[in-house]
Design a protein around this ligand. Structure first.
Ligand SMILES: *Cc1c(COP(=O)(O)O)cnc(C)c1O
Length: 341
């Protein structure tokens, strides 16, 4: 049985969070002399600690109750918060499936937590038979599953089997969910009290510079995130940029459709190049491409001013290509054709 109180670090369970001026008085007043702000200016006041207006907007778009939403400065920060809430440094463990997003390992190292890296199978899928016995380890508190997975681009299977068979927290990183044909697992948080879905406005929503991420989970888990966050954790500039972008769903939808169409174009054109050996199917805004010589091709493109992500160190002779504008993609294809490899 999953029991949240057993999974939370003891110091976090008993933590008395900081109570800010804005926490203690929640109404509207004519005069605010409670937070040592400068009374002059336009950015002089602290922002809403709980980002109510942004959460109302996210709630509609994501079809998730506001009590199930936590907002922070991007998914990378949320990954770190998960370690801080659930893993005792030097004692508890975490697990992920590789190859995957590199920050789970870096964040584990920063927090002095051992991360078990279980290889995905030949189809970049979770080997569930091999995984189930690993879930029995009492020290294992956190599992990170990136789906669609970066850098392989595919949706991962068996996530619900893991949720059902694990008494710790399963963090599903859905940074690329808007490009996926699968529905978000956020629609199942009522069913799984041990599920944390991470999403971000950095990718499909075009707000990488604004640093807005969200965690979607059971209200008890959301309370823990709120307990450990700095009091005014999201800047008002970023908050307003997010609200403005979310208010333009048609722009979002048009860009997304264009990127999906461009993904197909790139897929079809790349596979015809003589030095391309495979273009993996993608549910994200990038393609994983196997070539004859990844580092060679990467370096030749750098000379031409085009930067791809060389993933040779992670998957032999593979490069990851982000879907750009039609013009950028066209330039990439022409340049690749003219390499005469
Ligand atoms: C890009 C990326 C992130 C980072 O998201 P931010 O919200 O910008 O911090 C997290 N997870 C994955 C899998 C990513 O590819």
């Amino acid at each position: 049985m999953f029991d949240l109180s057993k999974i939370v670090r003891p110091n976090i369970r008993v933590l008395q969070p900081y109570s800010s001026a804005r926490d203690e008085f929640k109404g509207t007043a004519a005069v605010y002399l409670d937070a040592n702000e400068n009374p002059f200016g336009t950015l002089n006041r602290y922002p809403d600690p709980l980002q109510k207006q942004l959460k109302a907007s996210l709630s509609e778009i994501k079809a998730v109750d506001t009590q199930n939403i936590f907002v922070d400065n991007g998914s990378d920060e949320a990954i770190d918060l998960c370690f801080r809430i659930f893993c005792e440094p030097g004692k508890d463990r975490a697990l992920t499936f590789t190859p995957t997003y590199g920050m789970y390992k870096v964040s584990a190292d920063i927090n002095n937590v051992v991360l078990d890296e279980v290889p995905l199978d030949d189809n970049f899928q979770i080997d569930i038979e091999k995984t189930l016995p690993l879930l029995e380890d009492e020290r294992l508190k956190l599992i990170f599953i990136c789906s669609p997975n970066n850098p392989t681009g595919n949706n991962l299977n068996n996530i619900e089997t893991i949720l059902q068979n694990f008494n710790g927290i399963v963090v599903v990183d859905e940074a690329y969910i808007d490009f996926s044909e699968n529905e978000s697992l956020s629609q199942k948080i009522a069913q799984y009290p041990n599920l944390v879905v991470l999403q971000t406005l950095s990718k499909a929503w075009g707000l990488a510079a604004a640093r807005i991420g969200l965690a979607l989970a059971d209200a008890n888990i959301i309370s823990l995130f709120n307990k450990v966050k700095p009091p005014y954790n999201v800047s008002r500039l970023n908050y307003e940029a997010a609200i403005a972008a979310l208010g333009q769903p048609k722009v979002f939808e048009q860009q997304k459709q264009l990127l999906l169409q461009q993904r197909t174009v790139l897929q079809q054109e790349l596979i015809n190049l003589p030095f391309v050996t495979n273009v993996y199917p993608s549910n994200a805004n990038f393609l994983l491409v196997a070539v004859t010589d990844a580092s060679g091709i990467y370096n030749r493109l750098v000379e031409k001013g085009i930067i791809l992500r060389n993933r040779n160190s992670v998957i032999a002779n593979c490069i990851r290509i982000t879907i750009g504008t039609p013009e950028e993609n066209e330039l990439l294809l022409t340049t690749l054709k003219n390499l005469n490899l």
